[in-house]
Design a protein around this ligand. Structure first.
Ligand code: ADP
Ligand code: MG
Length: 287
């Protein structure tokens, strides 16, 4: 039978906005000492600001409009940022044949033209030579009818509590923090160093994230538990693979929430350390 203190633990956690899906996860949480994070939407905010637009051949307004239309069916944070920058209502009927390629971007027909919006991997897939951009931020390249059309730079804003969240995990005895991202190396390194994250792996495809977590799982000690924290559709397999999967509940995707063992109702990464402390308290572990 489940000790009464477990119910108290689940209740206490839920008052803090931490939904624990079963009493067994409290035990795993109490032993968690490796925490692996997704970057975009997890440690950084869901919607970012457009910082710069560089266009070749068409004007800026047209570039943003095509980007927003091509992205109109996507729920990715990048799509939300582009919709916001466009700022006008979207006529969804203008975009057809929309393909979202995870870890790459989207390709769609907009007003009869093929519009591709994504990273350099997407451009390479299409055989389009992207002009390198060294501005800080997430670089979104665009191609129209197979011709390079420019790029949009969006700043990936760190959540206000992310830095404290990493420090709080260290205080709670977490041995290692890791960040995994599909984003470029420069922006990933910058975010990780600002946050005080121990290890960072960038330019990962969704399947690479699973491989990385499996590597980390195989190298951990017998009594150590690994948590993965993520928000996106792509994060579902990793959330399932980790000893404990933690999802963002407010802005996160349904797939991530479904696959997770613990859900942070307000998307606040600071709540992870709090959840670990609550779990230890209810198990009578003095740390
Ligand atoms: P993260 O691992 O940081 O959460 P994702 O795996 O969701 O990021 O995406 C990795 C990269 O793939 C993004 O940084 C972006 O370059 C590209 N990408 C993914 N989805 C989109 C999209 N809808 N529009 C444009 N680019 C995208
Ligand atoms: Mg993400």
């Amino acid at each position: 039978s489940i000790p009464l203190s477990f119910f108290a633990g689940i209740g206490g956690a839920s008052k803090e906005g931490v939904l624990v899906k079963g009493s067994n996860y409290l035990e795993t949480l109490s032993q968690t000492n490796i925490v692996v994070f997704d970057k975009t939407g997890t440690l950084t905010q869901g919607v970012f600001e457009v910082n710069g637009i560089h266009h070749s051949g068409m004007d800026e307004a047209e570039l943003i409009e095509l980007a927003a239309l091509a992205e109109s069916a996507s729920s990715h944070p990048i799509s939300k940022s582009l919709q916001k920058a466009y700022g006008k209502p979207i006529d969804r009927s203008r975009a057809t044949d929309i393909q979202e390629i995870s870890g790459h971007g989207v390709i769609a027909m907009v007003d009869g033209r093929q519009v591709a919006v994504g990273n350099d991997k997407l451009m390479a897939k299409l055989g389009v030579k992207a002009i390198p951009c060294h501005q800080a931020g997430t670089i979104i390249h665009m191609a129209v009818d197979g011709v390079y059309a420019g790029h949009i730079v969006i700043s990936d804003v760190v959540k206000p509590t992310s830095r404290r969240a990493i420090a709080a995990l260290k205080d709670a005895g977490v041995r290692k923090t890791v960040m995994l991202t599909g984003d470029a190396k420069a922006v990933a390194a910058q975010v990780a160093s600002f946050l005080g994250i121990d290890e960072v792996f960038s330019q990962l495809l969704p399947a690479d994230k699973v491989t990385k977590v499996e590597e980390l799982l195989s190298r951990k000690g017998k009594k150590e538990k690994l948590a993965f924290v993520g928000d996106g559709i792509n994060d579902a397999p990793v959330l399932r693979r980790a000893d404990i999967g933690i999802a963002m509940g407010a802005m996160g995707s349904d797939a991530a929430i479904e696959a997770a063992d613990v859900v942070l109702m307000d998307d606040d990464p600071l709540k992870i350390a709090k959840a670990i402390r609550i779990s230890r308290k209810c198990l009578g572990i003095v740390y």
